[in-house]
Design a protein around this ligand. Structure first.
Ligand SMILES: [Zn+2]
Length: 318
């Protein structure tokens, strides 16, 4: 079993260079809501499919943010509670942090006794530095012992909390503040734009279809594979077909109706005229629908008496 280095669900990063940086309080809060929505769907997919993933991570099930990541720090402190410079933006229901009673606004003061509040861990111009430091400390602790003691500042005062999260499929998630309908996977992160989150606002299962597709690219190591094979269209297309096929298994195991993927690809296809990527490397949406429908039919014929269904693509030798 390999343990990936990164392990947390992260907040969207707002940098001054982002053209669509939120300008008011409501926009800050709306973005935090989007972070939670994406984190919750990602967590559910990653946890439900844990038995089938070789690459696993331990995730506390929280979204962290640093007051320094917002262009207007004063406004951020009005929009959110920061009991430390880095605080919990939101917790995923049922996650390890929620189970220990942690809440939005609770601040992180130290990880295994190492202070994370001081300016010493903040490099100039790098708003993510403190959150990255916390992630690294937690990743090291989880890799070593499967647990970490986090010193929190809560509404009831300082509190040391031992986090011992369950292992789940490795992936991290972030909301990209662009309006374009787009998503991506880079081997570790799953990125979904605010535009695509709005496009799927009425249906979490449709957003789960997007996340499951991108997560499939990461779980199948497509980035590494393409680095070896080259990005000729036939190679990219092969990875896209695999991601479409695996996505419906991940959805089914997490309790999302896999047919939502079929529905999404039609709405998305009609809206954009192309696939998630518009470079001709994806099947046309009708072909993607047929591929996923066939996969769903095959999947539903597999044995589910022992719990989740084992996706053949994750265990080709079985
Ligand atoms: Zn793809």
């Amino acid at each position: 079993m390999k343990w990936a280095a990164g392990i947390l669900l992260m907040a969207a990063w707002i940098t001054p260079s982002d053209a669509a940086a939120p300008e008011d309080l409501a926009a800050y809060q709306a973005l935090a809501q989007q972070d939670l929505r994406l984190a919750t769907i990602g967590y559910r997919l990653a946890q439900a499919n844990a038995p089938f993933c070789d690459r696993k991570t331990l995730s506390p099930g929280w979204v962290l943010h640093d007051e320094a990541q917002y262009p207007d720090k004063g406004l951020a402190k009005t929009a959110f509670v920061f009991r430390s410079p880095v605080a919990i933006s939101s917790v995923v229901t049922g996650g390890a942090a929620a189970q220990r009673g942690l809440q939005a606004g609770d601040g992180i003061a130290a990880v295994d006794g190492i202070d994370v509040t001081g300016p010493n861990v903040v490099k100039k111009g790098r708003a993510r530095a403190r959150v990255e430091k916390i992630q690294t400390l937690l990743a090291d602790a989880f890799a070593k012992s499967g647990a970490a003691v986090v010193s929190m500042k809560t509404a009831a005062g300082p509190k040391d909390v031992k986090l011992q999260p369950p292992a789940m499929c490795s992936s991290q998630f972030w909301v990209d503040t662009k309006t374009k309908l787009d998503a991506g996977a880079d081997g570790v992160f799953v990125r979904v734009t605010e535009g695509l989150m709005t496009f799927t606002a009425l249906d979490d299962a449709e957003l789960a279809a997007v996340v499951a597709h991108e997560m499939s690219h990461n779980l199948l190591g497509h980035r590494d594979r393409l680095a070896v094979s080259g990005r000729a269209k036939k190679h990219v297309l092969a990875t896209e077909i695999e991601a479409d096929r695996l996505s419906v298994w991940l959805m089914q195991n997490a309790g999302y109706d896999p047919v939502a993927a079929v529905r999404f690809i039609e709405r998305y296809g009609r809206k954009t005229g192309l696939g998630i990527f518009s470079d001709g490397t994806h099947l046309r949406w009708r072909n993607r629908q047929m591929l996923m429908q066939a996969e769903i039919v095959g999947m539903m014929q597999t044995d589910a008496r022992n719990g989740p269904r084992s996706p053949p693509l994750l265990h080709p030798s079985n």
